[in-house]
Design a protein around this ligand. Structure first.
Ligand code: PRP
Length: 174
């Protein structure tokens, strides 16, 4: 198979600094509250691990996994939950941690699903925000990097399950 060409978009030092800044903002906003981080598998596992270790407030961690069937590279809207959270989030401050928001379909689905469990609040934290690609209006409260163009890999993000564990963030070159 032909090797994909990719170039670094955000090196690991820049990512680390930005993740620290996000953790500081969350720590400031939610000090003294009962906080649950909910990572969306698989893409968010590396980001969540770093974010959680930079937080200065006490919190718990849980994960969910959603699958979207249909068109392949973009969400189809047919979303199913393949792994639910195990935490009772009623009355708690929830932070959904995502690697990327693209069309917004996945996040809108998840937020609506979690709202039914009556948390005190739901905030959204995404490493990458591709806002211009939105099909559903949804805003993140904490954004690592706003990206306009290109297919992003590394630091949790994959292309066909490859490149997830690269420490830097890359954009695939056409
Ligand atoms: C990615 C990402 C989001 C979703 C965003 O997941 O982690 O969950 O797509 O797309 P949307 O805003 O268009 O709905 P993916 O399906 O690639 O799974 P993965 O996290 O396991 O790689």
């Amino acid at each position: 198979m032909k090797e994909l060409r990719k170039k670094i978009l955000y090196p690991r030092e820049v990512i680390d600094q930005r993740v620290k800044e996000l953790a500081d903002a969350i720590s400031h906003d939610l000090e003294g509250k009962e906080v649950v981080l909910i990572g969306v598998l698989k893409g968010a596992f590396i980001f969540l691990a770093d974010l959680a270790r930079h937080l200065k407030i006490s919190h718990s961690v849980d994960f969910t996994r959603l699958a979207s069937y249909g068109s392949g590279l973009v969400s189809s809207g047919n979303i199913t939950v393949t792994k639910d959270i195990e935490t009772d989030i009623e009355g708690k401050e929830v932070i959904i941690v995502e690697d990327i928001i693209d069309t917004g379909i996945t996040m809108a689905f998840l937020r609506e699903r979690l709202e039914k469990r009556r948390p005190a609040s739901i905030r959204i934290c995404t490493l990458i925000d591709k806002k211009h690609r939105r099909e559903i209006a949804i805003d993140a409260d904490y954004v690592g990097f706003a990206v306009d163009e290109g297919f992003i890999v590394g630091y949790g993000l994959d292309f066909d399950e490859k490149f997830r564990c690269l420490p830097d963030i890359y954009v695939i070159e056409e």
